[in-house]
Every structure is written in C-alpha cells, then in structure tokens.
Design a protein around this ligand. Structure first.
Ligand SMILES: C[S@@+](CC[C@H](N)C(=O)[O-])C[C@H]1O[C@@H](n2cnc3c(N)ncnc32)[C@H](O)[C@@H]1O
Length: 552
C-alpha cells in the first residue's frame, strides 16, 4: 500500500542532469569523506550542573507546557509590553513580595488551571499573585510561598470580600475541597463552570493557535456532563512507602488497623506534591466511594511491607461474564446489573457506552466519565455529517490514537471501512475484541498496534475525499511526523478530540497554516466545542472539526 512521503512541501528530488550548471560529481560511497576542518562546528563546551540550572532558570517555559499556559495568562494580566520590558531589563524576577509575606490582593482573572490570578494595589510594581480557590472580583488574604518570573505563588488564608454573584460555599459537597488538588470549582454553579471552560478554549486558541481571530468559528457552549458528582469511573489514590527506619523500627505495630499519623493515602494537596489523606471522593461513582474504606484498610494493614510508593486503582466495572475470557462472546450484561469496583491493575474492566460494550485492561486508557460519552460520540458523528450535502458522504474512518476503540466502534455503523491504530498492544487487543463483542466483522474494522503516524501506510488506498480522520492524542498532542503524514494524506474531514486544548490549538494552527502554504486546498476550522468530562475541576476536553476546502 502507498506510503505517504514524509515531506509534502518543496521538491526533495536531486537536480536532474539537465538542470543548469555542471552535474555534481558522484561521491564514492565506500570512502567516508571527512569535512574540511573549517566546516566542523566547534564543540560546545560542556555545561556544569550550576550552569545548566542557571540556563533552565533563565529559559522561558517550554512552549505549550502548563507553565507556558500560566505564563501567557500572566502576560495577559500585566500587558505584554510591560513584561517584555521587564525581561529585557532583567527585572522579571524582582518580586515586590517577600517569601512568607502575608498581604491582601484582588483577584482579576482565573487561569486555565482554575487558580486565581490576583494583583495588589499596594504593590511597588505590577506583579501577579497565583492563588488557588479564589474567584474574580474577590479580595483575599494570602501568604507567599514562592517567587517566580513576574509572579508569586501564594496560599489562600482568607476571603475578605467574597464575590457572592459567583461563590456559594453551600454548593461544596466534599470536605476536602479547598485543600485537595483534585477539584477547583465546587463553590460555583454548574453553568458558570461550563462558561469558564468555554473561556479556556477561547484563550487556548488565542494564545497557541497563531490563527487570526476571524478564521475561528464561533466557539460553542461547553457540552455539559449529565452527572456533576458521582461520575468518575476511575480514581488512583497514592501513598509513599515508609522509610527504611520506619520499616525496621520494632516498636511499629505490624498488621495494625490504625493509620499512623504520618501515613497518607489520597491525592496531592493543592499546589504541592504532598499526599493529602482522603477517605472519600464525591466525584467518584458510588461503587468506588463504597470501596475506598476497604482499599485503605488493606494498605494500612500491610503498610510496613511497602518499599516503594504505590498508586492504587479503583475502577468501576460491570461484572464480567465468564465466557468473555474464552473464544465465545457473551454480551449478556443487562443495564440493571450492579457494577463492581476493580482494584487490581491486571483485571479486565467491562463498560457499556449506550448499547455498545467495551472491555479493556484496568490499567489502560478509557474515558473516565461514562455519563457524557454518548453525548460526545453523538456530537462527533453529527459534526462529521453536518454541512456535507454537496460532498460525497464519508465512507471510511481512521481512528488514530484509538485506545480500546471507543470512537472506531461507536461510529462504525456510519462507515463501510474503519481502521484504528494505537501504541498500546493491550489496548489494541481490547479494541479487536470489542469489535467482536459488538458483532462488527473483521472485514469492516481493523486495529493495529503502532505509532499513530504509521496508520497512513495502511490506509493509503482509502479515498481521501471520503475519509474521516479522527485523532485523540495524549496531552502532548501530535508529533511532527504525524502532522506531516496527515497533510500528505489529505482526508476531507479531520476530527481532533483532545484532553489538552492548548496542544490541540497549536496542532490545529499548524495544520491550517501548513495546508495554506501547501497550495493544494486548505483546511478550515469548521467547529470547536469544549466537553465537560470532569465537572468540579478546571479540566476541559475539546473537539475541533477541520474540513479540507477545495479538496482534491
Ligand atoms: C487520550 S487517549 C484516547 C484513546 C481513545 N480515543 C479513547 O477515547 O478511549 C490517547 C491514546 O493514545 C495512545 N498513544 C499515545 N501515544 C501514541 C502514539 N504515538 N501513537 C499511537 N497511540 C498513542 C495512548 O496509549 C492512549 O490510548
């Protein structure tokens, strides 16, 4: 099958003998030709550890990283001219605040991670203070614990003037809210949470896509999650192992049911890497919440046996019919069957998405909010076929980064041929089995393990004009090889589902720009919508639909 060349722009062929100028002399391949001494770049002197640390300290954040997202938003608050001046005159780290200084600040914005961005009217220079759990319009007392470039990071001590239009603390359903790093928005109405997530999509495309605002479609309202609590089908509380001294201390009781004060099982405290002890998590499903005490008790009983820190897993599953482990396929799970909680990393999870059945290893990827998955897959389907009246109807679907086959399988009735690719062999085994479980013939759907960019070798014969390429990469987004192959393949429709709207904005910007330069018809961004898979948190997923205009 055809391989898509990795270079799609420019002429990579060697000049023909008839081109102007003398033909180049063929180099002898058996003799390594040493470059002249002048052509060898001088070896860069090795950096000492201190030099390396200094270089890291001085460098701006890695593009599109969480630090970079915050950095752009700090720029938005302070103004780019002011920030650039501070960078050029070297005052970008001259904080007006002392370590551990306590002061009053006013919140002016929320960052994309849900932390508040505040400024102080009493400050000797414009400076941002980053604080969790506060809202725009509030005046708060904070204590600085770190100074960084153009901002300080602080703990929230007190809300002196709350913004009662936004905040209603009676909405909070978790006793750990305000300490745990998991949720940011429990004090807000759900409508406000959805609005904020839309703003995150808007800011991401403004800061990372490099696309002119006029080329962006109106960004739709965030698709809500039907469940706003009790939705998480997987949680992974963790704990640190006891130190060697603690393990060897004969006065420590073994197999004790009481938790020593220093032993914490839970999630990170907000803004730290320290574990906060958690006995319950109201965003997790009832079955998982019910199982937390047993899992904790087990870890506490065996704690002196752990030599390394542990990440536990609690994952909701439908009971597995015994025949699903053999060759025959049993799809008999009824809606009424009560779920179980799996705590073993090597077990199989069974889950229904609408009437579709999925099985996958408990340690592998599957979306964590089942309640919103039908809205998500239905939306993707409706956007694919919307506005295509005069074009040929898509017949082929390519699901890149397909996991256990969620999109490939749920969208399969609308296509004649479906191909998926995924790096994890365990997920690919699951996807193949899921096709069987759902009675989709192997002649119609196929999955292969490999790097996403390799899919273009397999689907070279798919008609690009009638092909939908769905991509759902991990947080870091697509790599260069994948984008180059995507532009070479030129599927009429590209659906980009993302758990990191910032890398999505970067990749979509790149695809649009490069297709414009390519001159063979350009991708346009047809629609953009955030999805709320994680209510009460600042996280947003995003679906972008790209269409090739004037396609070949
Ligand atoms: C966000 S998940 C999406 C999975 C699937 N679409 C779903 O919704 O269940 C991203 C998936 O990409 C896979 N992955 C990561 N890097 C990859 C690569 N270079 N090529 C192919 N798959 C990759 C991961 O193993 C993971 O299953």
């Amino acid at each position: 099958m055809a391989d898509i060349p990795t270079t799609v722009t420019g002429d990579v062929r060697a000049p023909s003998p008839s081109s102007d100028g003398p033909a180049a002399k063929k180099p002898r391949l058996d003799v390594p030709t040493a470059p002249p001494a002048s052509a060898i770049p001088p070896k860069a002197p090795r950096q000492t550890k201190t030099q390396k640390r200094k270089a890291q300290y001085n460098a701006l954040p890695e593009p599109c990283s969480p630090d970079d997202v915050l950095w752009r938003e700090i720029n938005d608050v302070l103004g780019e001219v002011y920030v650039n001046n501070a960078l050029s005159d070297g005052t970008d780290r001259q904080s007006p605040f002392e370590y551990h200084q306590e002061m009053e600040v006013q919140v002016v914005a929320l960052s994309s991670t849900g932390t508040a961005l505040a400024t102080s009217s009493g400050s000797s220079r414009p400076w941002v203070v980053v604080v969790p759990f506060a809202l725009p319009g509030e005046t708060i007392r904070v204590k600085v614990y770190r100074n960084a470039r153009m901002h300080s990071v602080a703990d929230l001590l007190e809300i002196t003037t709350p913004n009662l239009e936004l905040r209603d603390n009676s909405r909070v359903q978790c006793k750990y809210f305000g300490t745990c790093g998991g949720c940011q928005y429990q004090m807000l109405s759900y409508e406000k949470q959805l609005d904020l997530k839309r703003d995150v999509v808007v800011k991401a495309y403004k800061n990372f896509s490099t696309l002119p605002e006029a080329t962006l479609p109106p960004i739709e309202s965030t698709m809500p999650s039907p469940k706003q609590y009790n939705y998480r089908t997987k949680i992974t509380p963790h704990f640190e192992a006891p130190t060697k001294a603690q393990r060897k201390d004969p006065s420590n009781p073994q197999n004790d049911s009481e938790r020593p004060k220093w032993f914490h099982i839970g999630f990170n405290r907000a803004g730290t890497h320290q574990t906060l002890d958690i006995e319950d998590c109201p965003i997790a499903t009832p079955k998982i919440r019910e199982t937390i005490p047993t899992v904790r008790a087990n870890a506490i009983k065996n704690l002196y046996g752990y030599k390394k820190g542990v990440s536990l897993i609690l994952r909701e599953s439908l009971p597995l019919a015994s025949s699903t482990t053999g060759d025959s396929v049993d799809t008999s799970t009824s809606e009424a069957e009560s779920p179980i909680c799996v705590t073993d990393h090597s077990s199989t999870i069974r889950e229904k998405v609408g009437s579709w059945l999925f099985e996958y290893p408990s340690s592998s990827f599957f979306q964590n909010n089942n309640s919103v998955l039908i809205s998500l897959t239905d939306y993707v389907q409706s956007r694919i076929f919307a506005g295509l009246s005069s074009d040929p109807r898509p017949t082929h679907l390519v699901d890149a980064y397909c996991g256990a086959g969620l999109f490939a399988i749920t969208l399969s009735p609308h296509f004649s041929t479906v191909a998926g690719i995924e790096l994890s062999t365990a997920s690919i085994r699951a996807a193949t089995r899921n096709a069987e479980l759902n009675h989709i013939p192997a002649s119609k759907i196929s999955f292969r393990a490999g790097d996403a960019a390799d899919i273009f070798r397999t689907v070279g014969e798919f008609p690009a004009q009638e092909t939908v390429l769905l991509i759902d990469p991990p947080r870091k987004g697509c790599d260069e090889a994948f984008i180059t192959q995507l532009l070479g393949f030129r599927a009429k429709t590209v659906v980009y589902v993302s758990c990191n709207v910032h890398t999505q904005a970067r990749d979509v910007g790149l695809i649009l720009k490069r297709s414009e330069d390519d001159g063979r018809g350009q991708y346009v961004l047809e629609s953009l919508r955030g999805f709320d898979l994680f209510p009460q948190t600042a996280h947003v997923e995003s679906v972008a639909v790209l269409r090739l205009a004037n396609g070949a």
